[in-house]
Design a protein around this ligand. Sequence first.
Ligand SMILES: CC(C)(COP(=O)(O)OP(=O)(O)OC[C@H]1O[C@@H](n2cnc3c(N)ncnc32)[C@H](O)[C@@H]1OP(=O)(O)O)[C@@H](O)C(=O)NCCC(=O)NCCS
Length: 187
Amino acid sequence: MSTTLEGVEDRHFIPTEYVVRLARTPWERAGYHALRREIFCTEQKIFADDDRDAIDATAIPIIAACCMAGMPDRIVGAVRIHNAEPGLWRGSRLAVHADHRKLGRIGAELIRMAVCTAHGLGATRFLAQVQEQNVLFFRRLHWKSLGTSFLHGLPHHDMQADLSRYPAHGQDQTWLLRPQPRARQVA
Ligand SMILES: CC(C)(COP(=O)(O)OP(=O)(O)OC[C@H]1O[C@@H](n2cnc3c(N)ncnc32)[C@H](O)[C@@H]1OP(=O)(O)O)[C@@H](O)C(=O)NCCC(=O)NCCS
């Protein structure tokens, strides 16, 4: 009899620890742009080979990195926020690497870091254009739809975060622990 971990026997290593933080170092920024390219150019094919735009000049990049031995090892999540007009902040380019989705609430934590950071910087409204397949995800995270629109030829919802659920903070990083799979006995 041997002990294995339920659901992960034949899968590659999945980290249990992530850090979500404002991207500051060249390594973090390079990983942030590489992940965006991977998701929005290669996976979703929204852009040909570069998804950067004018907003990047002023946006604050936020990353999620998986950790090995407590140290950031690979950038697996990204989002950016920018101050569009006085009081109004916007979030965009939310992305989690496909291997790390629905694992440890990385997307939810990126959104929390994005909105709480903007709130701390004076946001009175926080908006995002959300792809249709993610509207329920945002609704569950206390966002409401203000209406529909098309962006890059795809249907989106203009959505607004309930700032009372995202208290202002000035933290520049938070840690996430993925729940451990349950051990089980196999013959
Ligand atoms: C959308 C995205 C960022 C979600 O990231 P994620 O890390 O998988 O999300 P989380 O693990 O934080 O999800 C939190 C919860 O929402 C659920 N969820 C995730 N994506 C969802 C979706 N599209 N619709 C409904 N629920 C969803 C998760 O199952 C989880 O549920 P639980 O709390 O019951 O366990 C990710 O799927 C992604 O990068 N997609 C490709 C790029 C993209 O679509 N970007 C957004 C453009 S608007």
